[in-house]
Write a protein that binds this ligand. Sequence first.
Ligand code: HSE
Length: 434
Amino acid sequence: MNSVKVGLLGLGTVGQGTARVLSDNASEIARRAGRHIQVVSAAVRDVEKAEAQGFNITILTDPQAIVDDPEIDIVCELMGGIDLPLSLVLRAIDNGKHVITANKALIALHGNQIFAAAAKKGVTVAFEPAVAGGIPVIKAIREGLAANNIQWLAGIINGTGNFILTEMRNHGRDFEDVLADAQALGYAEADPTFDVEGIDAAHKLSILASIAFGIPLQFDAVYTEGISEITSKDVAYADELGYSVKHLGIARKSEEGVQMRVHPTLIPKSRLIANVDGVMNAVLVQSDAVGPTLYYGAGAGSDATASAVVADVIDVVRLLSAAPENSVPYLAFQPNELRDLTVLPPEKIVSAYYLRLQAEDKPGVMADVTRILADQGVSLKSILQKKPEGEETAEVILLTHRVEESSMNAAIDQIGALATITDKVQRIRVEALD
Ligand code: HSE
């Protein structure tokens, strides 16, 4: 039987990994797929640099030549960006080609349109590498947990952010200093604000929420808060109180609707996911039949992400002779079964909170603060006060019980307005994840 022909859009970190893994593991992959798989061409910006990689494939500068090439069965979009990949992916679909993409922003923003076009043409669009790099979490949720009603999931889905928070905790380093390291090590996105302000994680979370709950992709409805305001002090106080600070993406379904949020979160150190450090990713899924399951691994990197690209390629190859309606639905649920569940606004989130106040050290300050909290129905779990040697003001760290975010917002506004509170109130949400 002829080999299946693959064209790559992009031969950067993930493209090179894909060509390398398909070549290095060719015979093992063919045993699994039932056909040989061959990368025939790649479209790049810099031909000389690509040719220096030494792959035995045709290097082109025109990506359209790949999506229009009648010899190519599967197009892997590994170039990044939005507008160009969108038009190339839609054109590849129109030409009857199957598509694999590692582009989380493309799926999060335009997935609904892409899947509708693919369904019309009866082709697959697969996106395992778009979420948590090499961890097969899309497959686990879409297929492995298909028997379950998924209640919530929480993920460390940005390696750069996790690397920064881990370094801040382990070495007391400052945010900016560690970010520079993450960029030098090549973990960060081209625009690192995507990592540290939670946009990259929000792209990934909107995809996970869709396949977990059977809802259309809604990136704009994800509440997103970054880690750039987290100080090494907060990380150290959280540690002292028995918590790790993680940048979590959380999706939760309840009778009132769906929550999708990305924000720094204190998690008890006793949870497995609290111990996921460095650039590693993990996704914890709570489902009704199986209970909690945890997926852990490399969330970025050349061969790790290529592992997910190639797994998708193999899935497509196995299905080449099957009727398209028999394949796994793009977003896990049959397209006509996606539900427009209400997405709850952030004020409706119910969470526990860590608050750090910079306060004048004099009688009555705590009385004012606790009165405001009591008036808003906020109950305290623990209090820690620190007054570094030689400083005028004290730091007060409060852990609260769970309360609706609207009440906490009102309390923070009032506390922040007290004359005795000398700096912005720092607030971090706390999740027990039990
Ligand atoms: N910048 C991303 C991260 C790469 O740090 O996780 C993988 O999506």
